[in-house]
Write a protein that binds this ligand. Structure first.
Ligand SMILES: OC[C@@H]1[C@@H](O)[C@H](O)[C@@H](O)c2nc(CNc3ccccc3)cn21
Length: 607
């Protein structure tokens, strides 16, 4: 018997309406549910008609799971979904926010702050394309990226996930990341309609709507206090770029706007994003965000469901509480507390994304894509991104006859020091294999540390001494042996609230290592951090200073510019303050007294 919604030749809106007309209330509410991988058994998927499954940060099928292990897991889940009465495929989502970063041996790209420093939109688009391929290598068709936050205060733990403090730069990178991930929208594509160009592309997610980067004192998930005009001027524009480029989903922010939780903000979600900006994809909550609109969380869950669904939420990220969520929502619809046409709108949007991206025709992972994971051509793009992300802030002391950089490859003996010189985990930062990331070298699989990159770059006659924490007295004796020193220090990995920081000092023993080494040997300091930190007291010790941000696995991008194979081109994507009591302080403010201004960066030519 002919079933219209299964016919790919039918217009998508007709397929949506046909399928919707066949669905029970339970099947509709199942589509609105996104559950955590850890409890997404085939039984649960079938019983609850689950619409989506996610990997929360670090949630993997097995430690160091290969692409085929990932694909096997998702294939089993998908086959369960396809066995349900109407055979609606699940959409599997993950935070592939700097490469497919939960996955062992994936290429880890620089975090967004480094991409902002490149000022290279086509590079960002190529990163999106590579990330889509590495996600599909593991059978994943949906990423919770790009984060389009406009971080206005570096004390925010998620500032490294933001391309810039400058709205226009975030808009530029948003447009290119969305098209890299999802594919270029066809000419005359109607504004706001989601678009995913086939089974090597992925559905994207612009997040976190709206004003996540504008909370007071950068406190994560807190309150953004602004006029509506300033919210529209500073934080909203990137969502318009994302909608124009056919973004498939938008994730709501945990934060509040002028005291109203974003997850229950009907005016911004429905009246503004859906109606005024014409967004036609689906709106998804953050993790347990419905629970967390009350304090303590889950306090009036029944009512919170009503408020958030009424506000315009379409899919709910309920990692564990799906039985309660489904039961409560079914009851509220049956009792008329939530209108059926609100549920129908939510389900239509979810189905529209699934039909558009071809999930009904192509529901299963493609084993031919396994080789895309960590592919050399992706690593080359990542290395290019590292090169272009580095910002040279100082290159020689006053009165020096010549600049410090580029370094000589033919030095007889050099010193490499610091906690971030030989530590892939520190180089990658948060959202790497684990939610919070982790220092050390046994996390990510394939990668090159800054030390390994330096050793590869120098001549075979050069002796490279690596001392993570040099002893000042020992060094005093041997200092004369070293032509120069490279000192790599910075922040440990962190994610979300764990990264909130009110003092922004370089973690110990970084400052001491700088003073000890640079006081005795000509030195270049590499600051590996998710944001500007307090450096003013130490700059005079340094001969050169480079902001390296969070470069990821391709450490050779650092040596490429340190030794002059490529010139420095990076520009600050955000203001470098003198002291934290100046914060918040952004380009364009009346009072603007930075150590290094937004857009600053010393450029050099390839040697
Ligand atoms: O991983 C899914 C989402 C991610 O896409 C969002 O950007 C981020 O805000 C996010 N956070 C969590 C987990 N958050 C959490 C916070 C406190 C306790 C437990 C989990 C999940 N997610």
């Amino acid at each position: 018997e002919y079933v219209k919604y299964k016919d790919p030749k039918q217009p998508i809106n007709e397929r949506v309406q046909d399928l919707l007309s066949r669905m029970t209330l339970e099947e509709k509410i199942g589509q609105m549910s996104q559950i955590e991988r850890a409890n997404a058994t085939t039984e649960v998927i079938e019983k609850y008609f689950v619409g989506s499954v996610l990997s929360g940060g670090g949630s993997v099928p097995a430690e160091k799971a290969t692409a085929s292990v990932w694909q096997k897991m998702i294939t089993a889940m998908q086959k369960a979904a396809l066995k349900t009465r109407l055979g609606i495929p699940i959409i599997y989502g993950i935070d592939a926010v700097h490469g497919n970063n939960n996955v062992y041996n994936a290429t880890i790209f620089p975090h967004n702050i480094g991409l902002g420093a490149t000022r290279d939109p086509t590079l960002v688009k190529r990163i999106g394309e590579a990330t889509a391929h590495e996600a599909r290598a593991t059978g994943i068709p949906y990423t919770f990226a790009p984060c389009v936050a406009v971080c206005r205060d570096p004390r925010w733990g998620r500032c490294y996930e933001s391309y810039s403090e400058d709205t226009r730069l975030v808009q530029l990178m948003t447009s290119n990341m969305v098209t890299g991930l999802q594919g270029d929208v066809p000419a005359k594509h109607p504004k706001g309609v989601p678009f995913v160009g086939g089974s090597k592309k992925v559905a994207g997610c612009a997040k976190h709507f709206v004003g996540d980067g504008g909370t007071q004192r950068g406190i994560n998930e807190n309150n953004t206090v602004l006029s509506f005009h300033d919210l529209m001027r500073i934080h909203m524009p990137p969502y318009d770029n994302a909608v124009i480029k056919g973004i498939s989903t938008v994730m709501i922010s945990y934060s509040s706007f002028n005291g109203v939780k974003m997850h229950e903000n009907k005016n911004l979600i429905t009246d503004t994003l859906k109606n005024k900006m014409n967004f036609r994809g689906f709106v998804i909550t953050d993790w347990q965000a419905v629970d967390r609109i009350t304090n303590p969380p889950h306090q009036h869950y029944y009512h919170s469901i009503q408020e958030t669904i009424h506000a315009g939420i379409d899919m709910v990220m309920i990692p564990y509480d799906y039985p309660e969520f489904v039961a409560d929502l079914v009851k509220q619809v049956k009792q008329g507390q939530i209108r059926l046409d609100r549920v129908n709108d939510a389900v239509s949007r979810i189905l529209r994304v699934k039909f558009t991206m071809g999930l009904f025709e192509d529901p299963l992972p493609d084993p031919r894509l396994h080789k895309e994971l960590g592919a050399q051509e992706h690593r080359a793009i990542a290395r290019e991104a590292v090169r272009k992300s580095l910002v040279l802030l100082k290159n020689g002391k006053k009165g020096d006859k010549q600049a410090m950089l580029p370094l000589s490859k033919k030095a007889k003996k050099i010193l490499v020091a610091g906690s971030h010189a030989h530590d892939l985990g520190n180089q990658c930062g948060g959202w790497t294999i684990k939610w919070q990331g982790e220092s050390g070298n046994n996390l990510t699989g394939v990668g090159t540390t800054i030390l390994e990159a330096i050793k590869k770059a120098v001549s075979k006659n050069t002796t490279v001494d690596f001392v993570e924490r040099p002893d000042k007295d020992d060094l005093a004796k041997s200092a004369g042996d070293y032509e120069y020193a490279v000192v790599a220090v910075g922040e440990p990995p962190y994610a979300e609230t764990a990264g909130d920081n009110q003092n922004l000092t370089i973690p110990a023993p970084g400052p001491e290592v700088i003073k000890d080494v640079c006081g005795l040997v000509k030195c270049v300091v590499l600051l590996v951090s998710g944001r500007p930190l307090v450096v003013q007291p130490y700059v005079d010790y340094m001969d050169a200073l480079v902001a390296a941000w969070l470069p990821g696995t391709e450490g050779q991008g650092v040596s490429d510019v340190l030794f002059g194979d490529y010139g420095f081109t990076g520009k600050l994507p955000r203001t470098w303050f003198k002291t934290v009591d100046q914060l918040p302080m952004n380009y364009g403010d009346k009072r603007y007294d930075p150590l290094f201004p937004f857009g600053y960066g010393i450029t050099t030519k390839a040697a």
